[in-house]
Design a protein around this ligand. Structure first.
Ligand SMILES: [Zn+2]
Ligand SMILES: [Zn+2]
Length: 1018
């Protein structure tokens, strides 16, 4: 006997019960141990940043991480998988800053780095608990008891080792380069972090500035002489355009396109110079052009700085020897010059580009190349320095004041607003500034070709990411700015001599401890700041003290180093690279990780080992709300995973994520969609399961006892064929990392199982004799459900376990006690009958057209018809249908099927036709009195069956039926008595009014009143 299965189910409760069971019998650990000697299948867990509660997008990536190893385990692989937590970096620091109400690094310094980092550590641990609970609840099976944690000393030591390898190869350098800088966080960001934070439609100023030309400076040429004459008559200006007025005090050059045409426009008794092609766009087309020259004629012309830095207490430096910046003496009559450049756009602006080498990559490179002046007017908090009227203001707040100043000086041509795309800090949403500053870099550009070649070995799902989003990212590789001027992170293991500047990179704790003069070590060991900053040793060059540089590293380097750091390689697990743990067979995260973890993994493993570290990757789309909008607290459209799970269960959410859209697409999630999934799939399956168990228990069906005496029907053959085809399809899809296709195939099968196999087999389960046909039906349906439980185990691990334990474990104690310890089903190819499958599809199609024709004619399916006319597309299809005619006749409740070549004229002959393509089914609109009587009898049966349920009778209860009605009704009850009795399990049909308390209903059927009553026999 199986445990009884009610038709109503509470999935969340069922899942909680199974979780308790799994916990009690160590299901996960045993699922790993059971395959200890099998070949390995390696998942790398992309460590989530543990700085907040897990969201629904985390559930998405975690269930996708879960499904493939679960499947591989059932396919016979040893799939040990280890949880990981990303615990360092700005996300954590910001959370603590919020708690403490801090808004700057100065406040952290004042509070004390030791205390601050202690709070970071504590904060991480408080969220870990929530993450563990969520991970368990959604049945993401991974080793939570022995996770790797990026803040552990061992982990840090492995990261140090990796950095040392790069240092030794000359791939780590400190560069004076333009870096994206977050003024709030006070640190550089890497290009992949910048890529995470672009916002569209940001409003900024759009200003046109006049730079006053110094007339005496003209060299000699025919064009110059003409200009010289003009400029001595009236004041002349270069017109340039910018969206960052705060960079204007840093201007040290203007750039023109040497081959483009420039116009001298006369306006209000002044001359303005700009690109001829852009005059209309700027609104100067109505003014007189007094001269035209090529850009090259403007090169070397001098102009006055907008703000002479020496007047505002700001240093002026100049590029020399490439990237050195030499301090320059103050000059009162300072002038700058026009340069020629190939990056000048003639699409927007004025064709004259404002150059501030301190604030842009292009500007910086031009500064190096042309030996320009370098004026830096902004501090690391993003505030204007010097004694400008706008000094002390944050750059964005300084913008209007700069504009105001220029207006006062008559140097503002026009000021507008623009909406464009601008990068913001991905953590704190402060607008990023591009600064030239000293930052530590990893020379990833040195291995660009290897990065690209390695990517060719990786299978991306969906495939377009490989050469699209990821490939493009690699093609445009820039060196990795990987130092952070922060506190809570892996300390950059570089020590430098206080006296002579000699640098050393340290690759292990032992190496550090054995340095001459080593001191400062405290117990217990903590490699974080400020403790690591206390560790010093003697300079091998001059004997002075070596101190660690202040920076920590990008937390993306931490997570990207997990293939080795999770195993404390190379200090432990020395065989890691050869023993199968590297590279991973599979990783999975959302698409934004192409520039995050996917990249840092790939970059580090290419730099260290010149080899990709993952073979297959599923790249998931983002989760949006039902309208396709981003979920956010302010919009109030955030779907909380715990709310959904407590209402529908984790399986429902899993199934939704697996089947809603192919991986890579955007998910639109709300409550209704999970309801729909539950109704459409989980409850359909549950109803079949409940139906099976209910009848199997009544008939005391015991699986395995039947072998000898089966008489499988055509329907049994068909569903077993479909089941084996399903195993083939699901296996292929999962082997191809496509859970969506696999899931959809399963859903189609369950629909056919419920709506075709079970519906068409009902009578076989209901009939009273326990014959071979009935046993075949039970055996077939049992086999389908058990196989489904195994196919579903990777998708819906709870429901699969429920089915398996009740259907298999209760019946055969020697079977594995969990579906997750079972083997994945293997198809029996000999059972697949493609012909039968195609023929049955045909029957389904014709039946569906027949039902449509009936519905058009207003004739219920319960009303028997004399015949249907059927048209199919080929003689072979006709033969197939003839062979399966009994099924069609039964489905359509007709006595006879006739094939016709054409449906034309049928309407005139009194038929109603429904057609699709070359298929058509026609039913007669008229019904004979005999058939009408039979239809009425079927209606009576249907009402009685409904009444049995309403009265709360058990399926097998025998009853007495009472009826009352006019003569025609009485005639029907008499004529069809044996049919009605058999169908409704009525021992007797009694005419008359039943006694009090008997379940009674009155109906009007086919225009006649009838009273019916049902009484259970005890
Ligand atoms: Zn920031
Ligand atoms: Zn030294």
């Amino acid at each position: 006997m199986f445990h009884p299965v009610p038709s109503k189910v509470n999935f969340p409760q069922l899942e909680e019960n199974i979780l308790t069971l799994w916990r009690k019998n160590n299901a996960f650990e045993r699922s790993i141990d059971a395959r200890r000697d099998a070949p390995w299948f390696i998942l790398y867990e992309g460590p989530p940043t543990v700085n907040g509660s897990p969201g629904v997008h985390h559930v998405l990536s975690r269930v996708f991480k879960d499904i493939i190893p679960r499947y591989k385990a059932m396919k016979g692989y040893h799939t040990f998988r280890i949880a990981g937590w990303d615990t360092h970096g700005l996300p954590v620091e910001l959370e603590v800053e919020r708690e403490l109400g801090f808004s700057s690094k100065a406040q952290i310094e004042e509070y004390g780095v030791e205390q601050f980092n202690a709070r970071c550590r504590q904060s991480v641990f408080s969220y870990l608990k929530k993450w563990e609970a969520m991970t368990e609840r959604i049945a993401y099976w991974c080793d939570l008891k022995h996770p790797y944690i990026t803040m552990d000393n061992n982990y840090i030591e492995s990261v140090w080792w990796a950095i040392k390898q790069l240092w030794d190869k000359g791939l780590v350098y400190q560069g004076y380069k333009t870096a994206a800088h977050c003024p709030r966080c006070g640190t550089s960001l890497s290009s992949h972090e910048v890529a995470l934070g672009y916002k569209d439609d940001v409003e900024d100023p759009s200003v046109y500035i006049k730079f006053k030309i110094v007339p005496s400076s003209l060299p000699h040429s025919e064009a110059h002489q003409r200009l010289s004459k003009l400029f001595s008559a009236k004041p002349a200006y270069f017109l340039a355009w910018t969206t960052t007025p705060w960079t204007l005090p840093g201007n040290t050059a203007l750039a023109v396109a040497p081959d483009a045409g420039y116009a001298v426009v006369e306006i209000d008794n002044e001359y303005l110079i700009m690109a001829d092609a852009l005059r209309e766009q700027v609104g100067l087309s109505a003014y007189k052009v007094v001269d035209r020259v090529n850009g090259s004629a403007l090169v070397n012309l001098k102009y006055e700085p907008l703000f002479n830095p020496h007047h505002f207490g700001v240093e002026r430096r100049r590029f020399h020897m490439h990237s050195q910046l030499a301090l320059q003496k103050p000059i009162t009559n300072l002038t700058y010059a026009v340069i020629a450049a190939d990056f000048v756009s003639l699409e927007d602006g004025t064709g004259i580009v404002h150059m501030a080498p301190a604030y842009g990559e292009v500007d910086f490179e031009a500064g190096q190349k042309k030996g320009l002046d370098f004026v830096h007017v902004v501090d690391l908090q993003g505030k204007m320095m010097g004694s400008y009227p706008f000094a002390g203001k944050f750059v964005k707040d300084a913008d209007p004041l700069v504009i105001e100043e220029l207006k006062k000086k008559n140097l503002l041509f026009r000021s507008e607003k623009i909406r464009h795309t601008y990068p913001f800090c991905w953590r704190c949403e402060t607008p990023l500034l591009y600064y030239v500053k000293q930052t530590w870099y990893i020379r990833t550009t040195a291995v660009k070709e290897e990065l690209i070649a390695g990517n060719n070995e990786i299978n991306w799902y969906p495939g377009h990411i490989k050469h699209g989003r990821f490939g493009d990212w690699l093609e445009n590789n820039v060196d990795w700015a990987f130092s952070r001027e922060r506190y809570w992170g892996t300390p950059l293991p570089i020590w430098r001599c206080e006296s002579c500047g000699h640098p050393e990179c340290i690759g292990s704790l032992d190496e550090l401890k054995t340095k001459p003069g080593f001191s400062g070590l405290k117990q217990p060991l903590d490699l974080h700041r400020p403790f690591v900053d206390e560790l010093t040793f003697d300079c091998p060059q001059c004997g002075a003290k070596m101190r660690r540089v202040p920076e920590v590293i990008d937390c993306w380097f931490d997570s990207g180093a997990m293939p080795l750091a999770q195993w404390h390689y190379p200090f432990d697990n020395e065989t890691l690279l050869e023993d199968g743990r590297f590279p991973a067979d599979y990783i999975c995260e959302a698409v934004d990780q192409t520039r995050g973890w996917f990249y840092s993994l790939h970059a580090i493993s290419t730099l260290l080992f010149n080899h990709p570290c993952f073979k297959n990757v599923i790249c998931l789309g983002h989760v949006l709300d039902a309208k396709g909008e981003k979920m956010s607290k302010t919009r109030g459209n955030v779907v909380e995973p715990s709310v959904v799970i407590n209402k529908y269960g984790a399986d429902a959410l899993r199934w939704y994520f697996f089947t809603a859209v192919p991986a890579g697409n955007v998910y639109r999630l709300d409550d209704k969609m999970v309801t729909e999934v539950t109704r459409r799939f989980l409850l359909t399956l549950w109803n079949v399961y409940s139906f099976f168990v209910t009848y199997a228990n009544i008939d005391q069906f015991t699986p395995g006892s039947e072998a000898a005496s089966l008489e499988p029907s055509e329907l049994d053959h068909w569903v077993i064929s479909e089941l084996n085809q399903l195993i083939v399809d699901v296996t292929a899809a999962l082997d191809n990392y496509n859970p969506t296709e696999a899931g959809r195939e399963i859903e189609n099968f369950v629909n056919d199982l419920s709506n075709w196999y079970v519906r068409r087999s009902r009578r076989r389960f209901w009939k009273s004799e326990n014959d071979a046909d009935k046993l075949s039906a039970y055996t077939t349906l049992y086999h389908c459900l058990v196989t489904l439980s195994k196919l579903l185990a990777p998708f819906t691990p709870f429901l699969a376990e429920e089915l398996y334990r009740n259907l298999v474990v209760t019946a055969s104690p020697q079977a594995p006690d969990s579906v997750h310890l079972a083997d994945f089903p293997v198809a029996d190819a000999t059972k697949i009958d493609k012909r039968l499958s195609a023929d049955t599809r045909l029957v389904m199609k014709v039946s569906s057209l027949g039902r449509a024709a009936r519905s058009q004619a207003g004739i219920k399916v319960r009303q028997p018809l004399a015949k249907v006319l059927v048209s199919v597309s080929s003689p072979s299809e006709q033969r197939s249908l003839e062979r399966l005619a009994p099924q069609v006749l039964e489905e359509l409740n007709v006595k006879e099927m006739e094939f016709i070549d054409s449906v034309t004229d049928l309407v005139k002959l009194g038929y109603v036709v429904s057609s699709e393509g070359s298929y058509a089914v026609a039913v007669p609109a008229e019904i004979s009195p005999e058939l009408r009587a039979e239809g009425l009898a079927r209606e009576v049966v249907h009402r009685l069956q409904t009444m049995r349920r309403s009265a709360g009778f058990d399926i097998a209860d025998r009853i007495v039926t009472y009826y009352q009605g006019e003569a025609y009704i009485r005639q029907i009850m008499a004529d069809f008595a044996s049919y009605i009795k058999q169908e409704t399990l009525s021992r007797q049909l009694i005419e008359g009014i039943p006694e009090q308390g008997v379940f009674t209903e009155s109906h009007r059927l086919g225009g006649y009143d009838i009273s019916l009553a049902v009484k259970r026999l005890t």
